[in-house]
Design a protein around this ligand. Structure first.
Ligand SMILES: Nc1nc2c(ncn2[C@@H]2O[C@H](COP(=O)(O)OP(=O)(O)OP(=O)(O)O)[C@@H](O)[C@H]2O)c(=O)[nH]1
Length: 372
């Protein structure tokens, strides 16, 4: 059940997190692709002025600036100085630049034909390479944009009565170029997705206790600091319960290690059952020691939770060779009230002192303090 809950949460977040991971991995590539695209496009615009008569370049410059150069300047500033967190951020503007440059190409191709000017096909190959590969646009929108660009290009060719055989030849070359670029893009994204899953799995293993599947001690130190900082920032309460099995050595010595393990797993299940929201986290912090962090809890609910944990563990019905295994836990709990400021180390120390009191004063009970 613990594992199922973790997986459910992770799967829901995985799609979003992969977009962030991909952005992180591809940020350098996208930055340089945008910069090189801008420089190349400015060179194309300058060539328009040098090669074409003013009635042609006044039109081509306007469309180049509006559809491509201005959005590219915006994207360059954004990606170099305020990098977005997701690969899907600014997707519409990226598509506008890609489709805009493709349509511009067809427009200039058309004007060159009318005015009898020389115009190279090389530009279209570069546009397709940037759009399908270097800008790292997600695959489906890239295919869609490429289709629009090639469809308009074909329509212009048909309109100006190009040779059908020539058009088919050019379309085959352009489709081949975009096909290769899209395939490399797809393979790259799939490889990165595999790396992403591997990193996630290794990270989850590094913060999970192998026996109980609760978070481990390392994760406890990270989470108590993180949640205490968030609670202080947001003036929220934070509950911390430390839980220690009573006379666990006796259980191990009397019934064996396997029964001891079974008891630990059952205690972990009781703790996990108290985690009702994403911010509530249960940990195994030592051999027979556990912790539970409850974000935003009030004193009444914290006390109720302590009471229920003690009661549920006492009610375990574990039998070994027809002998019942007596189990109990002692708890030390602390509630950081909404406006209190305290370090996570001090919070843990207070809970630990209270756990010690609970042990000293007879075990199978909880001691709780509110820190104002
Ligand atoms: N079965 C099992 N036992 C473990 C595991 N890790 C630690 N232990 C045992 O847990 C016991 C902890 O004992 P102590 O720290 O002396 O505490 P205790 O016997 O519970 O006594 P109090 O805490 O004072 O009530 C030791 O006997 C460890 O060997 C584990 O993964 N499985």
């Amino acid at each position: 059940m613990i594992k199922a809950r973790k997986n459910e949460y992770q799967n829901a977040k995985s799609e979003v997190n992969f977009s962030h991971f991909l952005m992180h991995q591809c940020l350098g590539m996208r930055r340089w692709a945008l910069t090189v695209a801008l420089l190349l496009y400015i060179v194309f615009a300058i060539m328009d002025v040098l090669k074409f008569p003013s009635e042609v370049y006044s039109l081509t410059l306007t469309t180049r600036i509006i559809l491509v150069i201005a959005p590219l300047i915006y994207l360059n500033v954004l990606y170099w100085f305020f990098p977005p967190i997701s690969i899907r951020s600014n997707l519409l503007i990226l598509l506008l630049v890609y489709i805009g440059s493709g349509l511009n190409h067809s427009l200039i191709y058309y004007l060159s034909d009318i005015y009898g000017l020389q115009f190279s096909e090389l530009g279209m190959v570069l546009i397709l390479m940037f759009g399908c590969l270097l800008l790292v646009i997600p695959i489906k929108p890239a295919v869609f944009a490429t289709f629009i660009i090639l469809a308009v290009f074909s329509a212009v060719n048909v309109y100006i009565n190009s040779q059908l055989a020539d058009l088919i030849f050019v379309l085959i070359i352009l489709s081949f170029v975009s096909g290769i670029c899209l395939t490399i893009n797809l393979i790259g994204q799939k490889t990165l997705y595999k790396n992403y899953l591997l990193i996630n799995r290794l990270y989850n293993e590094s913060i999970t206790d192998g026996l109980t599947k609760l978070h481990n001690k390392r994760s406890f130190q990270e989470e108590i600091e993180r949640l205490n900082a968030i609670a202080t920032r947001d003036n929220a309460t934070l509950g911390l319960i430390l839980i220690d099995a009573d006379d666990f050595k006796i259980i191990n010595d009397s019934f064996g290690h396997a029964v001891g393990d079974d008891v630990l797993i059952k205690i972990a299940q009781v703790i996990e059952a108290k985690c009702r929201r994403v911010e509530d986290i249960g940990f195994r912090v030592g051999g027979d020691e556990f912790a539970l962090i409850l974000y935003g809890i009030n004193d009444e609910k914290l006390e109720q939770t302590c009471f229920e944990i003690v009661k549920n563990v006492t009610n375990f019905n574990i039998k070994y060779n027809r002998q019942s295994v007596k189990t109990s836990v002692s708890l030390g709990a602390v509630l950081k009230s909404a406006n209190a400021k305290i370090s996570s180390d001090n919070l843990t120390e207070i809970a630990d002192e209270y756990l010690y009191e609970a042990k000293e004063n007879g075990r199978n009970q909880y001691y709780l303090k509110t820190f104002q």
